[in-house]
Design a protein. Structure first.
Length: 402
């Protein structure tokens, strides 16, 4: 598996509106969706105009797009009532499948993953502009299409013929995929501006900034075998610092692989955004809270009313590579272990601070609170990843361990 490292922000504007979803099948009394038939996959739905009326003779295509280009496709035409059916002669559960429809100058595009309905409501193409902070090379592309735009020296790009719908926007650098972000253009606004999107990826291959507890650069970092390449075993008091990263103002996903050595009588930090435990210097922390023996998130003092607990030490295996994920969407936070949710989803709003505080992985300013185990493949994103994405990421990596 190739590892990569990137930090970037992206802001996108789109003109006009689109509403995608609903459902039907080639037969009016059958709901549309995805069907597994003898190891073939059938995608069914309906092509709709702006008024929700079926569109006959629309061109409909299903694309498989797993990397940085389209790999396979099947095509059909909608019938007299707008219904369609597309069949791949293979199982596509592990593939990224993009559905596209067009009729004259109108079109629509959706990512089929996790959808119960595959109706597409066609509309005019859109202008899409954005910026990738820190980037001066590469390109962005809309998955399932040949549409792409080069990135300028200042990180900006522009696409003037983007199809409407649920778009996967992919950033590619040095001929390698860096990140994919879901972009929804549903709604009635003529212009949609996304908040800055951030991705930070730490493959634990030597580019990490590791500090000792006195905030001096570590003179020795213990790299060991990881799930793919190397992992880090932090020494007591050490932590990984990630500059001024601040992903927790909106939706975010934090994921990492660990081989945990279990409770050790101290709090253990997975991720902390703080300079000290106080309401004015602490924004957010995800850790194993030793006092009550629970995995938790909190924003001020431990066991404060704002603490959200997901389960005791038994939810994370000891001595085995384990995929941990924390997701916050609309300030509803959930924790996942090996692709499965643990505990309940709860409301959690990080503190609002008047100062920037460091974002750290595996430890903080307290020397005894270093994570007790190996850490690998850390990823911090300003998007709320779906349960399907989390499970697929776990399974993809887990298969390499077997």
């Amino acid at each position: 598996m190739r590892k990569f490292y990137s930090t970037f922000g992206i802001a996108i504007s789109l003109s006009a509106s689109i509403l995608v979803c609903a459902c039907s099948d080639k037969k009016n009394d059958v709901a549309g969706g995805i069907t597994d038939i003898d190891h073939s996959m059938a995608y069914t739905g309906k092509i709709l105009d702006a008024n929700g009326k079926g569109v006959a003779s629309a061109r409909v295509v299903a694309y498989i797009d797993n990397s940085i280009s389209v790999e396979d496709s099947v095509e059909t035409t909608s019938d007299s009532t707008g219904n369609y059916e597309l069949i791949f002669d293979r199982n596509t559960d592990a593939d990224t499948v993009i559905l596209y429809a067009e009729y004259n100058a109108l079109c629509a595009l959706i990512n089929a993953a996790g959808l119960e309905n595959n109706d597409l409501q066609i509309s005019e193409r859109k202008m899409l502009t954005g910026r990738i902070d820190g980037a001066n090379d590469g390109f962005v592309r809309i998955k399932g299409t040949s549409i792409k735009a080069e990135i300028s020296e200042d990180g900006t790009f522009s696409i003037n013929n983007a199809p409407v719908g649920e778009i996967l926007l992919q950033y590619v650098e040095n001929k390698a995929p860096v990140a994919v972000f879901p972009v929804s253009t549903a709604g009635t606004s003529d212009t949609i501006a996304l908040p800055p999107l951030t991705e930070k990826y730490l493959p634990m291959e030597g580019a990490e900034t590791v500090f000792d507890n006195d905030s001096t650069l570590a003179t020795s970092v213990n790299y060991v075998d990881g799930i793919s390449g190397k992992a880090i075993q932090l020494e007591p008091g050490q932590f990984i610092e990630i500059d001024s990263l601040d992903p927790t103002d909106g939706d975010f996903t934090i994921s990492l692989w660990t081989k945990w050595d279990g409770p050790n009588g101290n709090h253990q930090i997975l991720v902390a955004q703080r300079s000290y435990w106080s309401d004015s210097t602490s924004k957010f922390q995800w850790h194993f809270e030793n006092t009550e023996g629970k995995f938790s998130v909190m924003k001020s003092a431990p066991v404060s009313p704002e603490e959200i607990s997901f389960g005791d030490s038994s939810i994370v295996p000891v001595g085995k590579w384990t995929f941990l994920t924390l997701v916050s969407k609309d300030h509803q936070v959930s924790m996942f272990v090996n692709g499965e949710q643990v505990g309940k989803t709860n409301t959690f709003v990080p503190n609002t601070l008047n100062q920037a505080v460091p974002f750290r992985v595996g430890g903080n300013e307290i020397s005894t609170e270093t994570w007790n185990g190996l850490i690998d493949e850390v990823r911090i994103e300003s998007v709320a990843r779906s349960k399907e994405w989390i499970l697929n990421t776990f399974q993809t990596h887990f298969n390499t361990l077997e």
